[in-house]
Ligand binder design. Structure first.
Ligand SMILES: Cc1ncc(COP(=O)(O)O)c(C=O)c1O
Length: 376
């Protein structure tokens, strides 16, 4: 863990460090390659490609500025930025799983992560066991001598279950494996998994970190030989982020804490409204005192904000389309973590998921009430 004791908002704004030219906004180094000073510099680069900026598939100063900010906010010695969240996940698991590795994965994962683990990784010679990570006995029983890592989202997508990072990390480390956490939903504002003992934290930076729905981006932070292996795999696969998108993510991150604060406050009010409405059978929001994972969420987050993601099940699944169609301020779209509010129809036949943006809360409350009325 790094020793940066500045507040999160300061790290979000100044984590990239000083710019040698004094540029206040991060300059975009929009170039594929960089000139070599002489043959000696060329030789040094061939020996160790990580020492110089020489080719933007390997290193780039704009990407490095983003990575330094990411490392700072996730309390990590090192971070790597990727072309998308899936680029981060696939590159990391390929690097960790090489030569017949076994993974334990949460049985509640974002659909593409689950499909990659279930269908693609086995084709690359890896084995995967899906486990209900709320059950420590099931986790214990799943380890093998070849287990490399346990992969999970601590706020799950789309049901907003909360997993106990510290308990999972303790069992994982007993078996000499790595705990790899997808922190996309919670963001470093709510939870910083590395401070709770996890080894690697991953983000779809497309979501809250970038925050404006404009770019695809991924991020990963951690320490040790695993990060070296992932950096080499990223270089070979070419899954690094572009300099332009790196600058867009940095710009988004500068307001991350403000946006998550605002979205959390509105999401709690929306969850209370949905909970009290006759159309819903269940409301999944860890900030509701009645939520099964509320106490755990309080412990992990510090207890005063619970994020902008919520989902709910309808009593009458046959009215799901009518509710979805009735929203006028929530935009019907996939993705999440944007400044605008989004409603998404997830796999489950009676569940809708909301990503709460930063619009005026009263407008969103009116919109949700009207949409739920369409289910009655
Ligand atoms: C929890 C989670 N992880 C990873 C991803 C993948 O990110 P991306 O779409 O940036 O590849 C998503 C996308 O929705 C997600 O919700």
């Amino acid at each position: 863990m790094n020793q940066d004791d500045r507040g999160l908002a300061t790290r979000l704004l100044h984590g990239r460090g000083a710019n040698p030219l004094g540029a206040v906004a991060a300059p975009i180094f929009d170039t594929a390659s960089f000139a070599m000073a002489d043959m000696a510099a060329h030789k040094r680069t061939v020996e160790d490609p990580s020492v110089h900026d020489y080719y933007s598939r390997v290193r780039n100063p704009t990407v490095a500025a983003l990575e330094s900010t990411l490392a700072s906010i996730e309390s990590a010695p090192r971070a790597l930025a990727f072309a998308s969240g899936m680029a981060a996940i696939t590159t990391a698991l390929l690097a960790l799983g090489r030569r017949g590795g076994h993974f334990i994965a949460s049985d509640q994962l974002f659909v593409n992560s689950r499909e990659w683990l279930a269908h693609d990784l086995p084709d690359f010679g890896c084995e995967v066991t899906f486990v209900d990570l709320t059950d420590p006995t099931a986790l214990e029983a799943a380890f093998r001598p070849t287990t490399r890592a346990v992969f999970f989202e601590e706020f799950t997508n789309p049901l907003l279950d909360v997993l106990d990072i510290e308990a999972i990390v303790a069992i994982t480390h007993d078996h000499d494996a790595l705990a790899v956490v997808d922190n996309t939903f919670a963001t470093p504002v709510l939870i910083r998994p590395l401070e709770l003992g996890a080894d690697i934290v991953i983000h779809s930076a497309t979501k809250y970190l970038a925050g404006h729905g404009r770019v695809l981006a991924g991020a990963l932070a951690g320490s040790g030989p695993a990060m070296d292996a992932i950096a080499v795999m990223r270089r070979r696969l070419g899954t690094i982020i572009t300099p332009h998108n790196a600058a867009a993510v940095m710009e988004g991150m500068s307001t991350l804490e403000l946006r998550v604060d605002r979205a959390s406050a509105t999401a709690l009010r929306l969850a209370e409204l949905a909970d009290a409405h006759d159309a819903t059978s269940t409301v999944n929001y860890p900030g509701l005192p009645s939520a099964p994972a509320h106490e755990l969420a309080r412990r992990l987050t510090g207890g005063h904000r619970f994020g902008g993601m919520l989902s709910f099940a309808l009593l009458r699944p046959e009215r799901k389309a009518a509710v979805y169609d009735a929203f006028t301020r929530f935009i019907r779209a996939t993705s999440l973590g944007d400044v605008v509010s989004l409603v998404d129809s997830v796999d489950d036949p009676n569940v809708l998921r909301l990503s709460v943006g930063i619009e005026s809360a009263d407008d969103l409350l009116v919109d949700l009430e009207k949409a739920l009325d369409a289910a009655l």
